[in-house]
Design a protein around this ligand. Sequence first.
Ligand code: SF4
Length: 259
Amino acid sequence: MPTVTIDDKPIEARQGETILQVARKGGIWIPTLCHHEAVEPYGACRLCMVEIDRGRWWKVVTACNFPIRGDLTVRVNSERALRARRGVMELLLARCPESPKLKELAARMGVLGTPYPHVTEAQRNCILCGLCVQVCADVIGASAIAPAGRGVERTIAAPFRLASEDCIGCGACAAVCPVGTIVVREHEEEVEISPFKSRIKRKRCADCGKPVASELVKQALCRRGGPPVTEILAGHDLCPHCKRQKLVKELTSTGGTNV
Ligand code: SF4
């Protein structure tokens, strides 16, 4: 089993684990933004940069996707690593100057502002980490959004920057957005995914009529098939309250308790 020594602290690691996973196991904090357990790490935001010992020199790598292949010495809080991460944070702050999540993380890193001018309005509030794109494609299977445009006009959007026909309104992109830019707005009859302009019709509870999920989420689950999905669908016509009521009734009629 390889030993990873991070800032003089030896931690046992498994082959293939990343520096970030090992650091977290050892209680060592490395800031991240584009990292999420649900998808493959690819080091887009560069905020997790650390130094690794290469014998006669130290190399800067991203901790989230650097795999452990043997014993390794890592510096997380060296002057160079701290400077590199703070430099990235200053650039990110120029893109998302109003994001409370980003400002909170920046403050924890000791970064209280940015010397860089703010970016154009089109790019504002998105750090282009691509996590939403990855989750939408790899986890949800919808591929409703993608990077669009070039240079300073590059953003994440649905094709032709119109409302996406493939979006199912699941809200996964909003859940993972590290700067809180993507939001789900719940209207009476629709779910809106902003800023992607998607408006998806909501499905209502078969018992009480309250909205439970978007109609397209249900259709997407149906298309996947299989026993677990059938189970999900069995409860998908009811809101959580009515589902519980139904379960209580069933257990009461069969003499069960503990609900
Ligand atoms: S809400 Fe739409 S864009 Fe966001 S992850 Fe779900 S399908 Fe993709």
